[in-house]
Design a protein around this ligand. Sequence first.
Ligand SMILES: Nc1nc2c(ncn2[C@@H]2O[C@H](COP(=O)(O)OP(=O)(O)OP(=O)(O)O)[C@@H](O)[C@H]2O)c(=O)[nH]1
Ligand SMILES: [Mg+2]
Length: 363
Amino acid sequence: MPATWKHERVVGVVGSAGSGRSSLITALAQAGAHASAPDASGSHDPLAVIDWRGTHVALLDDLQVEQALLVPDALLVVVSSPDGVDTALGALWQRCEELRIPRIVVITKLDHEHADMDETVAVLRRVLSDGPELLRLTMPVLDDDATLGGFIDLATTEIWNWTGPDVTRHACDPEHLALIGETRDELIADLAMLSEDPRLAASLQVGMHPGIAQITEALAATSRTAHAQLIVGSGRGARGPVGAELILDLLVSALPSPAERHVPVVMRPDGAAMLPVQTGPDSALVATVAADDPGHGALVRVFAGALGDAVSVDGVLPAVGITVTMATAQLAWARSASPLAVGSSLSAPDNPLVIAVPDAEPA
Ligand SMILES: Nc1nc2c(ncn2[C@@H]2O[C@H](COP(=O)(O)OP(=O)(O)OP(=O)(O)O)[C@@H](O)[C@H]2O)c(=O)[nH]1
Ligand SMILES: [Mg+2]
């Protein structure tokens, strides 16, 4: 496994129209360093690559539903607090459950006068889950003049503060600890139920609080394996976006790297089954066209193998010449004389393969 694959996250950003996806991606990009140059043309960019503490976080916006379920290793699900939860989310969530796609929910616009994080969390739990899987991780902190200033991390009890020139983190004071007590106890109890770490439940049984390292490790592990979905918040404060750095930390710690995912099931073009393909650049090429961008060409997700200068498209076009610009170790822009359709499978001309797309509807 190449070391670079561990230091990459490929994350789709989904949510209803106007929920704040683009604003969130911009805020995350501003907080981190741009690993890929912003689009000078000003046209809408379906891919942002952010360098966060040495990990390349690739965020894919505006994917079609089937691509969102196949291409990224995990999803950020964006829900606007003042606008509420729309019914399409329930259907998408169900598909994610079936495919075991790790998700983090970001509740946006928490600065808005009609925002209410408690209420949005309650609605999400009503609509999406009847079990303990939706774990709320943050609580907004308001300034004296009621503007959004930061978030309390319920796992660590730290306050993240965006009211100064740089984001700072400090320990919670006793007044805040009292405020979050009940919600934090609930988080830990739910986590103990979901986690494979028996020490968590054991601590609770003897009436002790587990340590912070134990809690954060268990949160990351249950999230990475799609056994729990973490809910966090974001919004705008007096100085700009509030929440981005905390979300980036979570993307890196609590979402899987490409090395942790299985290569999609592939077939020969005649429909004959194939043995599973291993991840890694030395395997047979398995890739798919995630999106099409007039400025850049086709955005290609590589699951295994390496893109050469010719590909077989859906196993039927034996050798289409392409020019490749790698955006990350796993994502590339490809140009060819004839357009590469979104959803096409790309493979090596001498080893043509077709990705078996997961069923659109559950059986
Ligand atoms: N108050 C407030 N408004 C926000 C926030 N984030 C986004 N908005 C506003 O919400 C609207 C939609 O935001 P976008 O980021 O364009 O949302 P989107 O999901 O990318 O929208 P589409 O791509 O058009 O579906 C814009 O008017 C934003 O200014 C926020 O944190 N607080
Ligand atoms: Mg947008």
